[in-house]
Design a protein around this ligand. Structure first.
Ligand SMILES: *Cc1c(COP(=O)(O)O)cnc(C)c1O
Length: 423
């Protein structure tokens, strides 16, 4: 039996309707921005494998750090124990996070980072004997697939089977250019009408919605409204963190600081699953008490896994190098040139860039759904040409590993131009 036949026999894939989906491609090797399948066909990974891999596949520096850690201390329970890699991650993050962030809490993936933030927002008020049980989130947000994260997510087909089983969430519009006031008004109204504990948002770029972008000034205003009403703000930087927007964090563009930040994806350079939620001292203090019941009773078996911490430390080293910062600037400049080139194409609705993130919306006769027919046509076209891109409906986005060469990047652009002509 071939690898894909065995896959069909044993495995269940994410976001996949197995009855109508195509056979998955078996990848056997990866290096830099390239992947190879079992027939040795080469693909350019233009989306950094679901936005996790900034420094290239099979990165030697991260691999060495992981191996060294594995052969020193591979894992120890984090309840009652600690270790140097975890402490160092805390120390390093304090240097680069917004200044008000003082404590970090480890978990395993983006959804759990969000789950922890939402639970903390709710318990923060519970611990203060204040009844606040509603979470505010953006329309079309994506925060993950565990229950609280799902509740906060607004893309309906991810969550429709579970409607009526969620914590209370009120949704407000995204403050896209020209529509900021509607968003501010909706936030004020939500806070007036409900007992709001927290507001969770993807700062500046909504990833899964199709790289929908909005301005830092609008987010500043939303955070100010929350702060004035004692509503905790949660910046979900799971996608935007570690350089994707051109700064270390998207929040670095915003003069207001959030109360909590969720991190995962690029945190370990795309190697070991790990996540972190970060907090202000004020939040930590609301749980700090002689009463054990006020503690945060949340944990995961692999919390602060030393191997994951070693990968995170090596990744932060890489991100800080001049070479990597120059790569980010180079890709941004290149995206802006490409944007200028195609944004007036008759089949293009709009194109946008922030940092290494580029997105183009292609004209479609029908209202394109997330997994609609144009999406399938585009996806197959890209795969056929050896470029990994996962369009969202009629939106094609690029989020390359920072080490992608100019030549590879231009092949991605050319392929997108061909696809626009084709559909
Ligand atoms: C991917 C993502 C998540 C969920 O992360 P997982 O590791 O897939 O659970 C949460 N928030 C945002 C903004 C994301 O992009």
């Amino acid at each position: 039996m071939s690898l894909t036949e065995k896959d069909r026999q044993y495995l269940w894939h994410p976001y996949t309707q197995h009855k109508i989906s195509q056979t998955p491609i078996a990848i056997t090797k990866a290096e830099g921005a390239l992947l190879w399948d079992e027939n040795n066909k080469e693909y350019i990974d233009a989306i950094a494998s679901w936005w996790v891999n900034p420094f290239g596949h099979s990165n030697k520096l991260i691999a060495d750090a992981i191996y060294k850690q594995l052969t020193t201390l591979e894992h120890v329970l984090f309840g009652g124990f600690t270790h140097e890699p975890a402490v160092k991650v805390g120390e390093r993050l304090m240097e680069i996070l917004p200044k008000n962030q003082q404590k970090i809490f480890f978990s395993d993936n983006g959804s759990t980072a969000v789950e922890v933030a939402i639970k903390v927002a709710l318990q923060y008020f519970f611990n203060k004997n204040e009844k606040r049980t509603t979470i505010i989130a953006f329309e079309n947000a994506f925060h993950g697939d565990t229950f609280a994260a799902m509740a906060a997510s607004g893309i309906s087909f991810y969550t429709q089977a579970f409607q009526g089983m969620f914590i209370d969430v009120v949704r407000i519009p995204v403050p896209i250019k020209g529509q900021e006031q509607a968003s501010f008004d909706a936030l004020e109204e939500a806070i007036k009408k409900h007992n709001c504990a927290g507001f969770i948002f993807e700062p500046l770029v909504q990833g899964a919605a199709g790289m929908v972008m909005y301005e830092p000034e609008a987010l500043e205003k939303l955070i100010q409204i929350c702060a004035a009403n004692n509503v905790l703000t949660i910046a979900d930087e799971v996608m935007t963190g570690f350089g994707k927007t051109g700064k270390t964090f998207a929040m670095d563009y915003v003069s207001e600081e959030p109360d909590m930040i969720c991190l995962s994806k690029a945190l370990t350079g795309g190697t070991i699953p790990m996540a972190i939620t970060t907090f202000t001292q004020d939040i930590f203090d609301a749980f700090y008490d002689d009463d054990i019941n006020k503690a945060l009773f949340h944990g995961h078996t692999f919390t602060a896994n030393p191997t994951g911490c070693a990968a995170a430390l090596a990744s932060m080293d890489l991100l800080e190098t001049t070479e990597m910062q120059q790569n980010i600037e180079r890709i941004n400049a290149s995206h802006l040139d490409f944007q200028k080139k195609i944004e007036n194409h008759p089949k293009v609705i709009t194109a946008r860039t922030l940092g290494v993130i580029f997105a183009v919306e292609i004209k479609s006769d029908s209202e394109e759904s997330y997994y609609g027919s144009m999406r399938t046509k585009l996806y197959n076209f890209f795969i056929d040409k050896g470029v990994v891109l996962r369009p969202v409906g009629n939106i094609v986005y690029i989020l390359p590993p920072y080490i992608m060469t100019d030549e590879q990047l231009h092949k991605v652009y050319t392929t997108i131009e061909e696809a626009i002509e084709m559909v």
